[in-house]
Design a protein around this ligand. Sequence first.
Ligand code: DC
Length: 217
Amino acid sequence: MPAGFHRVIAIDGPAASGKSSLARELARRLGFVYVNSGAIYRAIAWYVLRRGIAPDDRACIAQRVRSVEISCHLENNESRVCIGDVDPTNHLRDDPVNKAVSQVSTVSEVRDIVTEKMRNYARAYDVVVEGRDIGSVVFPDALCKFYIDASPEVRFRRRAAEGQGDEIAARDRVDSSRRASPLTVAQDAQVIDTSDLTMEEVIAKIVEQLKRKGLPL
Ligand code: DC
């Protein structure tokens, strides 16, 4: 990592690929901080909707996001976000947020702010960061990069099992096709398809790789 940054493990992948559970568990085993970048995008989408702004009103979103305070902190070694003095954690997976978040995330002012928040975490702590552009854009020099995938059918089933009406196919489309830092496999990322693997099997694959990098596991 460049000077000023702690160690970073980057975990990217599409919605419902299993990357959140994985990133959280890895962070726990390593004693690193778990940073969920999607939660920051979701918090901004929640705020946009709450202010009555249409998710496709890019100019208004850009202007609002520059003027509201977005503060990130830690709770139980995990990233947490407050926006305009409100902690929206309990609303981040609400249906309207699920529907709006991909579109809101295409606004470059939003991406710049979230990227800087993630880098701030890595300036202070060793981190496992999950998202869509972590290994490709936010931390191109990350110590280890993983791209966690699963078939669309498996991902849909996982979301349904969580009781969520998340239109992941639509989010995939927007996340992968946007101009600013689309979801992509970073050149040096290890791709793991989790469709037919248990969480423990995925973790075993990652741990093997991390041990090779000298991480204490
Ligand atoms: O990881 P998630 O499903 O909670 O992410 C929600 C949305 O946030 C995702 O559909 C697109 C956006 N996102 C992003 O654009 N870049 C990231 N690094 C993480 C999330």
